[in-house]
Design a protein around this ligand. Structure first.
Ligand SMILES: [Zn+2]
Length: 150
């Protein structure tokens, strides 16, 4: 069993177990899911699944994972999403690959990837809409004629 320490405690305690077992990873149809690792990360203190939320700070919302188990030392302590995702990737690098691990890890990374892809596709779509507003397709641009002048 592996344990990775973060500022707020020990997460991913059981993840290696999970990865090596035949346990099905929660897969979501919604590729816009903001927290692809939800259902894969437990609190290292109480073994409860971490919940995910958006936390407000300085005008913007930041994505977090946190433990919601009453009485747990880590109760209410949040970890930034990118910290968890970064550590997850680091953990994958440190694991000895087994065929089972590849299958599950691949699925999880696909979820992460689809989420990022969906985000950038939405961005492209928005840009195209903006572009369509500023230029009409049948608009002809007159070429300046430098050749001959009357
Ligand atoms: Zn906990």
């Amino acid at each position: 069993m592996r344990c990775i320490r973060t500022d707020t405690g020990c997460f991913f305690k059981k993840i290696e177990e999970r990865l090596n077992s035949k346990t099905k990873v929660h897969t979501r149809k919604d590729v816009n899911e903001d927290f692809p690792l939800r259902g894969a990360v437990v609190c290292g203190r109480c073994d409860t699944w971490l919940t995910a939320c958006w936390s407000k700070g300085r005008g913007t919302h930041y994505p977090y994972y946190l433990c919601r188990k009453r009485g747990c030392d880590s109760y209410g302590k949040s970890v930034r999403r990118d910290v968890i995702e970064g550590e997850f990737e680091a953990l994958l690098h440190s694991l000895k690959p087994t065929p089972g691990l590849f299958t599950v890890a691949r699925k999880m990374l696909e979820n992460l990837w689809s989420h990022r892809l969906a985000t950038s596709e939405a961005r492209v779509k928005n840009l195209k809409t903006e572009l369509a507003k500023t230029a009409t397709p049948d608009q002809t641009i007159s070429q300046p004629d430098f050749g001959h002048r009357d």
